[in-house]
Write a protein that binds this ligand. Structure first.
Ligand code: TNX
Length: 493
C-alpha cells in the first residue's frame, strides 16, 4: 500500500477470531477461491480441509487452476516463535499456500482461511494477505458438564467442531457428580447401571459407553482436540454413594439426587471400600483415555476436614500418576497438601472461584503447580448474560460478551508468577441447560471471546475490533445450525 492510502483497521475488517499474531495486507488483487484444488500432506488432512472450505462456500475440484497448498515446513510462523502450533498462510490471486511445522498448524491455517472466505467478498473475493500466527497459551479449552444434563455423542461431536473452529485444543468433560455417573467403566458397571438414569429435574439422563468415549476421542484427536475426562472426588459423589452403600459410614446407599445444591456429598478415605473404588475408577478411566491428563475434581468439599481432604487429594493424584497420566484438579486442591507448597510438581490446578483466598495458589505455584484459568466472572459461560437472561446461573455475577473478552489471565491471581499460567479454559455447567441449542446459545458468542483471550497477545486485543469481527462469524454459525445469543453488544448482520 502506498503511504497515501488510508490503511483500514484490519483488526475490524477481517473476520478472524482469534486475532492472529501478525496480519499483513498485500497491495495485490483479491483472490478468487470459489473453485480450488487442494494439496495436502495426507488424506485425513485433505478431507478435513475440504470439509471446512466447502462449508465456507468454496468448491474443491482436482482440476481447478487455483490451488490451496498445505505443506509441512519448519520455518513457518511468526519470527522467533517456537510454538509447535505456528503457521503461515499466504493468500494471493495466484492461490493459497499454508505452511506449518506440524499438521495441527496446517489445520489452524485452514480455519483461518475458512474465516477469510466468510468475509464480505465471499470466496470470490478474498483479500490478499499474509498471516503469521501462533498461540499465546498451549492449554486452550472448554470444560463441559455432561452430568447435570446429559449430552450424548452427537452433541459432543458438535461441541468438538465448535471448540476446534476457534482453535481450542482441550475438551474437558465433567463426567460424574451428585446427579449421575456418565461414563461406563469395565470394573464398575454398577455405576452407570444404577446412577445414570436421571438428571437435574428428573428426565432420562444417560451415559457414554466405553466405545462411545473412545470414538469421541478419535473424532476430537483428528481435529487436534484432546479430551480430558473428570471423575470428581472426594465431593460431588452422590452418584457413587448411591451405587455403593459401602462407600458410606452407615453402609447404606444414598438417595438419587436431582437438585442443584452442591457440597453435601463426600467419600471417606478410611472406609475399606474407598481405596479399591478409587483404584478401579481412576485406573479404568486412565486406560480409556488417549490423552495425557485425567481430572480428579477436588472442588467444593464442604463436609471434610482439611487433613483428610489433603490425604485424599494426594491419594487420587498419585493413583493417576501411577497410571501414567498427569492429574488436573480444581483450585481447592492447592490446599490439598499436608504442608503448604508440597503439591506434586507438574500438577495442573484449574482456578475458578474469584472469591477464594489467593495465598495457597501462590504457594502451590512456587511448588511447581501450573494453572488453568477459568475465572468464573469471565469464563463461566453458564452465567447469565444479563439479569433477565432466561438461562443460566448468576452466583459469579452476569457475564456479558465484553466480560468474557476483557480479562487478563495473568492478573486474576495477584502475586502468581506469570509463567505458571498453563492456559485458559472456558467452562459451562448445565444445571439449567437441557438441549444443544440452549448449550450453544450460552457458548456463542462468548466462547470465541475466551478463545481470543487464550490465543491472542494482550497488546493485539481490542474490544471494538472484536465486536466487529465476531459479528462476521454469524453467517457461518447460521449455516452450521449453531444457535447463538444475539447480544445487543454486537451489531449482528
Ligand atoms: C461451581 S466450578 C461448581 C459446579 C457448579 C458451578 C455452577 C466448580 C468446580 N464447581 O459444581 O456446577 O459452580 O456455576
Amino acid at each position: 500500500m502506498s503511504a497515501a492510502t488510508p490503511v483500514p483497521d484490519l483488526r475490524a475488517t477481517l473476520p478472524l477470531v482469534p486475532w492472529p499474531s501478525a496480519v499483513e495486507a498485500l497491495d495485490a488483487p483479491v483472490a478468487g477461491l470459489a473453485v480450488v484444488r487442494l494439496d495436502a500432506p495426507d488424506d485425513e488432512l485433505r478431507e478435513l480441509a475440504a470439509e471446512l472450505l466447502v462449508a465456507a462456500g468454496a468448491q474443491v475440484d482436482p482440476a481447478a487452476t487455483v490451488s490451496v497448498a498445505l505443506s509441512l515446513d519448519a520455518d513457518a510462523g511468526p519470527a522467533g516463535s517456537a510454538s509447535p502450533e505456528r503457521y503461515t498462510l499466504r493468500v494471493t490471486s495466484d492461490g493459497v499456500v499454508a505452511t506449518a511445522p506440524e499438521r495441527v498448524g496446517l489445520l489452524h491455517a485452514v480455519r483461518t482461511l475458512r474465516q477469510l472466505l466468510g468475509g464480505t467478498g465471499g470466496p470470490d473475493a478474498v483479500p490478499a494477505v499474509v498471516v503469521r500466527d501462533a498461540p499465546r497459551y498451549r492449554w486452550r479449552g472448554l470444560s463441559l458438564d455432561v452430568v447435570r444434563h446429559f449430552f450424548g455423542p452427537a452433541d459432543l461431536r458438535a461441541v468438538v467442531d465448535l471448540v476446534a473452529a476457534f482453535k481450542l485444543r482441550v475438551l474437558h468433560l465433567h463426567l460424574t457428580d451428585d446427579q449421575g455417573w456418565r461414563i461406563e467403566l469395565p470394573s464398575r458397571p454398577e455405576l452407570t447401571e444404577k446412577a445414570s438414569q436421571t438428571q437435574v429435574g428428573g428426565g432420562p439422563g444417560g451415559y457414554l459407553t466405553g466405545a462411545e468415549f473412545r470414538d469421541l476421542q478419535r473424532y476430537a484427536a483428528a481435529r487436534f482436540v484432546t479430551v480430558v475426562p473428570e471423575i470428581d472426588l472426594p465431593g460431588h459423589v452422590n452418584a457413587a454413594t448411591h451405587t455403593y452403600g459401602d462407600l458410606n459410614p452407615d453402609g447404606r446407599p444414598t438417595d438419587v439426587y436431582e437438585g442443584i445444591e452442591v457440597g453435601f456429598s463426600r467419600l471417606w478415605l478410611d472406609l475399606p471400600a474407598t481405596e479399591p473404588f478409587l483404584r478401579d475408577v481412576l485406573g479404568d478411566l486412565a486406560r480409556l483415555t488417549d490423552g495425557p491428563y485425567v481430572h480428579v475434581g477436588g472442588d467444593e468439599v464442604h463436609t471434610m476436614d482439611a487433613d483428610e481432604y489433603a490425604r485424599f487429594v494426594e491419594r487420587a493424584g498419585s493413583i493417576v500418576r501411577d497410571a501414567g497420566k498427569t492429574p488436573v484438579m480444581w483450585q481447592e486442591a492447592a490446599r490439598g497438601t499436608l504442608a503448604p507448597g508440597t503439591l506434586a510438581p507438574g500438577t495442573l490446578l484449574q482456578y475458578w472461584d474469584p472469591k477464594a483466598d489467593r495465598e495457597p495458589f501462590v504457594d502451590a505455584a512456587r511448588a511447581g503447580a501450573r494453572f488453568i484459568m477459568s475465572a468464573a466472572d469471565h469464563a463461566y459461560l453458564d452465567m447469565k448474560y444479563t439479569p433477565e437472561h432466561p438461562l443460566g446461573l448468576d452466583w459469579a455475577g452476569c457475564v456479558e460478551l465484553r466480560d468474557a473478552y476483557e480479562w487478563e489471565p495473568e492478573e486474576v491471581i495477584p502475586g502468581l508468577p506469570a509463567d505458571s499460567v498453563e492456559g485458559v479454559s472456558a467452562a459451562v455447567w448445565t444445571e439449567t441447560l437441557t438441549t444443544r441449542d440452549e448449550l450453544f446459545s450460552m457458548l456463542l458468542p462468548r466462547l470465541p471471546a475466551v478463545a481470543e483471550v487464550a490465543w491472542t497477545a494482550p497488546a493485539s486485543k481490542d474490544w471494538a475490533a472484536f465486536r466487529a469481527r465476531v459479528a462476521g462469524q454469524a453467517p457461518a454459525w447460521r449455516d452450521a445450525g449453531w444457535e447463538f445469543h444475539p447480544t445487543p453488544q454486537v451489531d449482528w448482520p
